[in-house]
Design a protein around this ligand. Structure first.
Ligand code: PLP
Length: 380
């Protein structure tokens, strides 16, 4: 051990001791111990032959989780917003029109990113707490003739699962629009079939149903979408997220673009290995089963779910805040007394809903039992 410094100007910061929480909010979710273990293994270089193998594994495992054969399937270095911006910032070219939804917070983020990419944004409306109606989407496609249509499969701000995805993609393709789908809160937890549902581009995050720390975020593009990206007249406005440059690293060449976040790649590899071991359909069924118990428990104590059962999102349960209850106080009390994290609503649903995640490793009988007992106690 080197001798302790006698430099009195050095900050005296204690050892890192974060509290042990149970994470049942809108993400991140609890991380599986095997993933934490993978993150404490030694680094290799990002061009080390062993790391190239690891990259191949991650790509193969991601294709399985997305249910796609897309060659262009990678973890983007950064959080979910990075894979989101890689999708939108590359597919939307200056002058393109992108159709985005208004029924939640993340549709709004799609619009901001499309504008920054130089696109023109047009909207398809639905209230917060409801999915898009395929007929309204068809009308908007006919009216605006967009180049790109984006929608959110699992809206974390409202707890709504967008049904009828194949109908939406078929309508978009009838109008020659490419489809970008936000699958941040569905990948690995809620039925998602990229190829069968004809989704052109899907992006996600690792910290929700994959139960992996944020840092390497899944993205997949069809050949057709990648063709649009590779034939752009002007390069994407972001150098870091330019997929035509990233192709050099994640494609056949494996040439340096940026130093991959090695530890995050290890973590997503292990998280995806857990998905493959469980089987994707079993995993979707586990989320439905345990979130179903959570929902039944909440309804059993007289609480009401915000979305209709038809669009219930197992990974994010939007429960209405009862009359006279302050959602912030309930969240604070659950954290203080039970070390249990849930969240309140935001945007149009601020103060109206609790957002209770049931994702990945957090979707367990122990967590659901704790959540129901603790919520009943705090609301008593
Ligand atoms: N899209 C959805 C649906 C999300 O829930 C989130 C994050 O919660 C994001 C995008 C952005 O991901 P991140 O916060 O990891 O950047």
């Amino acid at each position: 051990m080197p001798p302790a410094s006698d430099d009195s100007s050095a900050p005296d910061v204690g050892e890192l001791t974060p509290p042990t929480r149970t994470l049942m909010g809108p993400g991140p979710s609890d991380v599986h111990p095997r993933v934490l273990r993978a993150m404490s293994t030694p680094l290799v270089g990002h061009l080390d032959p062993s790391f190239i193998e690891i990259m191949n594994d991650v790509q193969e495992l991601l294709r399985y989780a997305f249910q796609t054969d897309n060659q262009w399937t990678i973890p983007v270095s950064g959080t979910g917003s990075a894979s989101m911006e890689a999708a939108i910032g590359n597919v939307v070219e200056p002058g393109d029109t992108m159709l985005v939804p208004t029924n939640g917070y993340f549709g709004g983020r799609m619009a901001s990113m499309a504008r920054r990419a130089g696109g023109e944004v047009v909207e398809v409306d639905a209230p917060w707490g409801e999915p898009l109606d395929p007929a309204t989407v068809s009308d908007a496609l006919a009216e605006h003739d967009p180049d790109v249509f984006g929608f959110v499969h699992a809206e974390t701000s409202t707890g709504v699962r967008q049904p009828n995805v194949p109908e939406l993609t078929a309508a978009a393709h009838d109008h020659d629009a490419l489809v970008i789908t936000d699958t941040v809160t569905s990948l690995g937890g809620v039925e998602l079939r990229v190829d069968e549902w004809d989704i052109d581009v899907a992006y996600s995050g690792p910290q929700k149903c994959l139960s992996c720390p944020p840092g390497a975020s899944p993205l997949t593009l069809s050949d057709e979408a990648m063709e649009k990206v590779l034939s752009r007249e002007e390069p994407s406005r972001s150098w870091y997220l330019d997929l035509s440059l990233l192709e050099g690293y994640w494609g056949d060449e494996r040439a340096y673009h940026h130093t991959a976040p090695i530890t995050n790649v290890y973590s997503i590899r292990e998280a995806l290995r857990l998905v493959a071991e469980e089987g994707i359909e079993n995993r979707w069924a586990r989320h439905r089963r345990l979130a179903g118990a959570l929902k039944a428990g909440a309804e059993g104590m007289g609480l009401e779910m915000n979305p209709d059962d038809e669009y219930w999102l197992p990974s994010l349960n939007a429960v209405r805040v009862p009359e006279g209850i302050d959602d912030g106080e309930v969240c604070d009390e659950l954290l203080e007394r039970y070390d249990l994290e849930i969240a309140g609503g935001l945007g149009d649903l601020a103060g109206e809903i609790f957002r209770i995640g049931c994702m990945g490793y957090s979707a367990s009988p122990e967590n659901v039992t704790l959540l129901i007992a603790a919520l009943a106690d705090v609301l008593d």
